[in-house]
Write a protein that binds this ligand. Structure first.
Ligand code: SAM
Length: 603
């Protein structure tokens, strides 16, 4: 029986020689040549793949590496790409690493070796470095997307969806680390290769040479770097395929977080996007003044947990990037204290094996210190726990020159019409869409009646207590949540599957208050000026959203339930990557788990 999945990501057994060169004690091998790491990258991997020459005239170029290690190959390649290529060109760099270095280790590994000119690139990598979670992570850097997989190459590559133009085969030497050069790994290299893909590697091992030839590469021995006599390079002999076409005009239905993030992701890629919204921006569940970025905790790292943590990690980095790009929205990261619900024990989540940098166990005393007030029990602290203002974010995302927003524009129906989708508006106006993305939550099933997907609706009321409120220093998550949102508190949210009227009721306020008091004993609040907001969430039976292509040219991003803030932004990048034929930032098994055509039991 295979072990239950956890979020454990092993650390490298990293050591440093006297001159500061990093090496692995476990493998007994070095990360890069002491004869000059950057020069080795240029000789072996860049020139070995005929780079930068092959970048010329390519709007996109995809490199994939086996063994991210210290990221030196990446940094040197990125520097050369920025130097040699036009601003309109984009580098996709994919790399896998079973024993990722921590940010502190990365900084230490480069301290003595990295040329000073590359220091800003290292800083950029560290600023975007993902949380220590298994699976794929997408780092969106200027003119470059780094897709970093934490896990065993053998398994990770089977979950990858990409067309690789050049390979950097850089596992430790085959004699010391045969696992990285297995036939199964090289078979994945072949599967993921574009028709004219090339590879380069520091090794000249006969077995590697033969295996790559067997997989269709013309392999050559050439002069190695430093004291190494030979190395291998190779190319697939096929003709360069014509690049697939990318969409120029796209319609998105819905201007909540799902629609706003997908519209922005497409607009950033140069597409003209029209957003059709029945009422106004963020009028549904994305209209609450504050929302928590909160991944679901379970006993094991199930597909749903993996999806939500991957989305959480991705959203944290998107927030930083959007802010750096000048988007203006409220976001705070006070951390989140997760207290067990009545049917859970605080210790229960230890089996998830999340890294302590993501979530750590705290005693009740420690938790109270973090919160600044008494709390009911021991719990878990998530230092990246954040809240944002969804309406402000949706507004900021939709302000893009490539986006046309049409509010008060309800869609009555959609229908296939030749190669296009015909969109009939409530006004009777008809539009033709080459690509159509349905992102309007609860109203989607009506438009998609030909494609039944089990979905439910749950009403959620939040309660807002205006100032003065007690000084709470972090977000509290329990049976509900308490967000110290500036001067006020926002508490939520109820789950109601019977009343869809949108009414704000005292009974729901009372429920939110009971939950908050159970988490924060002795809580004294002035409830006289409590106000509320109720909205409807679109839910799915398995708590995973529906994301993907439903029919040619028809895509969905719906069913995000109460986790739209961490689920929709990743969904947006997945759809955009699919439409633009980029490496997909999610494992294929998880893509299948969120696909709208998966089998889900109706509830
Ligand atoms: N390219 C790296 C750089 O620029 O620093 C150096 C890579 S180092 C020679 C080899 C890397 O492969 C190590 O970081 C090691 O942890 C990783 N590795 C070894 N076996 C692996 C496996 N089975 N799957 C994924 N990564 C593995």
């Amino acid at each position: 029986m295979s072990p239950l999945p956890t979020a454990h990501v092993p650390l490298p057994d990293l050591a440093f020689s006297e001159d500061g060169a990093p090496y692995s004690r476990e493998f007994g091998d070095i990360y890069f040549s002491r004869a000059g790491g950057a020069a080795e990258t240029e000789h072996v991997f860049l020139r070995g793949n005929d780079l930068p020459m092959r970048w010329q005239g390519r709007p996109h170029f995809t490199i994939s590496e086996l063994g991210f290690g210290t990221g030196l190959n990446f940094l040197v390649t990125y520097r050369e790409f920025l130097r040699r290529c036009e601003p309109s060109q984009h580098l996709h760099f994919i790399s896998v690493e079973r024993y990722p270095l921590t940010p502190e280790m990365l900084a230490q590994a480069h301290a003595a070796w990295l040329p000073a000119e590359d220091a800003p690139l290292l800083k950029s990598l560290l600023d975007h470095y993902p949380l220590r979670l298994p699976g794929w992570h997408q780092l969106k850097l200027p003119r470059c997307t780094l897709t970093l997989g934490f896990g065993d190459a053998d398994t990770l590559l089977t979950t990858l969806d990409a067309q690789v133009d050049a390979w950097f085969l850089d596992g430790f030497s085959p004699a010391k680390n045969p696992g990285m050069w297995e036939e199964s790994v090289l078979a994945q290299v072949a599967r993921l290769s574009a028709a004219d893909a090339s590879f380069a590697t520091f090794t000249a091992a006969g077995a590697v040479n033969r295996a790559l030839q067997a997989h269709g590469f013309d392999v050559q021995k050439t002069a190695g770097f430093g004291h190494k006599r030979d190395m291998l390079i190779g190319k697939r002999a096929n003709k360069t395929p014509t690049p697939p076409s990318t969409p120029s005009s796209i319609f998105v239905i819905g201007a909540g977080i799902a629609g706003a993030t997908i519209a922005h992701a497409l607009a950033e890629r140069g597409a003209a996007v029209t957003v059709l919204e029945r009422t106004c921006i963020a009028s549904g569940a994305s209209g609450n003044p504050a929302a928590v970025l909160y991944p679901q905790l379970t006993k094991f790292y199930t597909p749903a947990t993996a999806w939500h943590f991957t989305g959480y990690d991705f959203m944290l980095r998107q927030i930083a990037r959007w802010k750096a790009l000048g988007l203006n929205f409220t976001h705070q990261q006070p951390g989140m204290l997760r207290l067990p619900r009545p049917d859970q024990s605080a210790e229960g989540f230890a089996s998830l094996q999340l890294d302590a940098s993501i979530m750590r166990y705290v005693t009740r005393t420690q938790a109270a210190e973090i919160a600044g007030m008494d709390v009911a029990s021991d719990g878990w602290f998530l230092p990246h726990g954040s809240w944002i203002s969804p309406p402000e974010l949706c507004h900021a995302l939709l302000q893009h020159t490539n986006i046309t927003l049409r509010e008060q524009t309800g869609v009555q129906s959609i229908a296939r019409d030749g190669n296009q989708w015909r969109v009939t508006l409530d006004s009777g106006e008809m539009l033709a869409a080459e690509q159509l993305i349905v992102a309007n939550a609860g109203d989607a099933p009506r438009l998609l009646a030909d494609y039944p997907m089990p979905m439910g609706i749950s009403a959620g009321q939040v309660s807002i207590i205006p100032a003065p409120v007690p000084p709470l220093h972090c977000i509290i998550s329990h049976r509900g949540y308490v967000i110290p949102a500036g001067e006020q508190w926002l508490m939520g949210a109820t789950y109601d599957r019977s009343d869809y009227s949108g009414a704000v009721t005292d009974a729901n306020h009372a429920e939110n208050l009971v939950h908050a008091r159970a988490a924060l004993p002795g809580l004294a609040l002035n409830e006289t000026s409590i106000i509320g907001r109720t909205s409807l969430r679109a839910t799915t039976p398995d708590r995973l959203p529906y994301v993907g292509e439903l029919a040619p040219g028809l895509h969905v991003s719906i069913g995000h339930g109460s986790r739209g803030m961490i689920s929709a932004p990743l969904a947006a990048e997945i759809l955009a990557a699919q439409l633009f034929h980029e490496p997909i930032p999610l494992a294929r098994n998880l893509l299948a788990a969120i696909h709208p055509r998966r089998r889900t039991k109706a509830k």
